[in-house]
Design a protein around this ligand. Structure first.
Ligand code: NAD
Length: 405
C-alpha cells in the first residue's frame, strides 16, 4: 500500500503547447522538433498561407523520415497531426512557450512580444531565435514585468538536425525562465548551453577568427586559399577549411555576421572583417551559390582551381607564428574563448560544447588551450600583436591568471 503514491505521476505531465512565429527555414525546423517531442505546435506567419504551407511541407518531411526508417510511420503521422497553422498571433492558444523566428528586425521582434504580452498567460515564455540582435535591448522595450520572460533560444541551421541550442540570458531574464528553456531544449533532444546576450553569443563570436585568420594568411600572400584549408583540415582536424567553408556559407551571409559582431563591439579590431572578403562581396563572388568565391566552381559544385601546396603547409605550421595558418588560428580561437569565460559570459565547458556542436570543431577551444598551454598562446599573441599592432591580437589577461585552469 505504501508503494501506491510514488510521486512519478508528475513525470507523465503532458507537454505544453508551443507557439512558433515565423514559418521560414528556422521556424519550420523548430516546429518539427517540438512536434516530434510531443508538443501541440501552433505556427503563424505574417504572410497569408505561409504557416499552412510550412505545415504541409513538414508533413512531407516527417513522412520522408518514416520512409527512410528514421521514425515509425505512426510517430510521423502523430507528429504531423500535432502541427497546426493559425492566421494571426492573436489566434495562438495559451502557450507554454512562444519561439519567434521572424525576420531579423529589432522593431518587429519588440512588436511581436508586446502583442504576445497582451494575449498570452502571464507565465508563457517569450523566446527569440535571433542570431544578431541584443536580447537585453529587445527585453528592455517590452513592458515590465513581461520583459522578465524574454530570453534567447538560439537554434542552428538546420534546426531539426543541429543539436546545439544556445540559451541566452538577457539582463532582465528570470533565471527560472532560463531553466525552463534549458529543460525544454533537453526534452527536445537538443544540447543546451547557457550564455549571456553579448554580440554573437558563443558560437558566432568565438568562430570569428577561424574565418578571419585564414583570410589574413591568404591576404598576406603567405599561402593560397587551398593550402590554408588543407593545413587546417589535415594538420588540425577541422572538417572544412575556412575558405571552402565561407564559400559554402556564402560570403554575403558570413560577412554580415562578422560585420555585425564588429559593429556591436564598437568596432573592436579583433572582429574587423577582411578586405579580401569585402572585395568578394562587392564583386558578387559570394561562393558556391554564384559559382565563384575564393575558388571557382564547376556545374557539379566542385572547385576547379584549388591547388594545394602540401610542402609549404608543412613548412609553415610550427614555424613563425605570423605565417602559421594553424597555430595563428588556434591562438585566436583560444583567446576569444578564454575572454568569454573570464567575462562570465559562458562557462568553459559550455564554450567547448558549443564550438564542437555548433561549428563541428574537432575539439573545444578551451581544451586546445590546455593542450597547447595558455602561456604559449599568450606568447604567440604577443608576437602577433607586435607584428600587426592595433589591438586585434591583444592577449586576454585571463590567459595567464588561471581563469580557465
Ligand atoms: N537561417 C539561419 O541560419 C538562422 C540560424 C539561427 C537563427 N536564425 C534567426 O532566425 C530568424 C528567422 O530566420 P530564417 O532564416 O528562418 O528566416 P526566413 O526568412 O526563412 O523566415 C522568416 C519567416 O518569418 C516571417 N515573418 C517575417 N516577419 C514576420 C512578422 N513580423 N510576424 C510573423 N512572421 C514574420 C516571414 O514571412 C518568413 O516566413 C532570424 O531572427 C534569424 O536571425 C537564422
Amino acid at each position: 500500500m505504501c508503494h501506491m503514491n510514488t510521486g512519478e505521476v508528475s513525470a507523465t505531465k503532458s507537454a505544453g503547447v508551443v507557439g512558433v512565429v515565423g514559418a521560414g527555414a528556422m521556424g519550420s525546423g523548430i516546429a518539427q522538433v517540438a512536434a516530434q517531442a510531443g508538443h501541440e505546435v501552433y505556427l503563424v506567419d505574417a504572410i497569408a498561407g505561409a504557416a499552412r504551407a510550412a505545415r504541409e511541407r513538414l508533413a512531407g518531411t516527417l513522412a520522408g523520415l518514416a520512409a527512410k526508417g528514421k521514425l515509425s510511420a505512426a510517430d510521423a503521422d502523430a507528429a504531423a497531426a500535432r502541427i497546426h497553422a493559425v492566421d494571426a498571433v492573436a489566434d495562438l492558444p495559451a502557450c507554454e512557450i512562444v519561439v519567434e523566428a521572424i525576420r531579423e528586425l529589432f522593431a518587429d521582434k519588440v512588436d511581436l512580444f508586446t502583442a504576445l504580452a497582451a494575449t498570452q498567460p502571464a507565465n508563457t515564455i517569450f523566446a527569440t531565435n535571433t542570431s544578431s540582435l541584443d536580447i537585453t535591448e529587445i527585453a528592455e522595450q517590452v513592458a515590465h514585468p513581461e520583459r522578465e520572460r524574454v530570453a534567447g533560444m538560439h537554434f542552428f541551421n538546420p534546426a531539426a538536425i543541429m543539436k546545439l541550442v544556445e540559451v541566452v540570458a538577457a539582463r532582465q531574464s528570470d533565471p527560472k525562465v532560463l531553466d525552463r528553456i534549458t529543460a525544454l531544449a533537453r526534452a527536445w533532444g537538443k544540447t543546451p548551453v547557457r550564455c549571456t546576450s553579448t554580440p554573437g553569443f558563443i558560437v558566432n563570436r568565438v568562430a570569428r577568427p577561424y574565418y578571419g585568420e585564414g583570410q589574413r594568411i591568404v591576404e598576406g600572400g603567405y599561402a593560397n586559399a587551398a593550402t590554408v584549408d588543407w593545413a587546417l583540415k589535415h594538420l588540425a582536424g577541422f572538417r572544412m577549411g575556412p575558405m571552402e567553408l565561407t564559400d559554402l556559407i556564402g560570403h554575403d551571409v558570413n560577412y554580415a555576421v562578422g560585420e555585425s559582431v564588429w559593429k556591436q563591439t564598437g568596432k573592436d579590431p579583433r572582429y574587423e572583417p577582411t578586405l579580401i572578403q569585402r572585395t568578394l562581396v562587392d564583386n558578387g563572388d559570394l561562393g558556391r551559390k554564384t559559382g565563384k568565391g575564393f575558388f571557382t566552381y564547376d556545374a557539379d559544385g566542385k572547385p576547379t582551381d584549388a591547388v594545394v601546396d602540401e610542402d609549404l603547409a608543412r613548412r609553415l605550421v610550427g614555424g613563425p607564428i605570423e605565417t602559421d595558418p594553424v597555430n595563428r588560428t588556434l591562438a585566436m580561437l583560444v583567446n576569444e574563448a578564454v575572454d568569454l569565460v573570464a567575462r562570465g559570459e559562458a562557462s568553459a565547458e559550455d564554450v567547448d560544447i558549443a564550438m564542437q556542436l555548433g561549428t563541428n570543431y574537432p575539439k573545444g577551444p578551451i581544451q586546445w588551450g590546455h593542450e597547447i598551454g595558455f602561456e604559449r598562446v599568450h606568447t604567440w599573441l604577443r608576437t602577433l600583436d607586435a607584428a600587426y599592432p592595433g589591438g586585434r591580437y591583444r592577449p586576454s589577461p585571463a590567459l595567464l591568471d588561471g581563469t580557465v585552469r
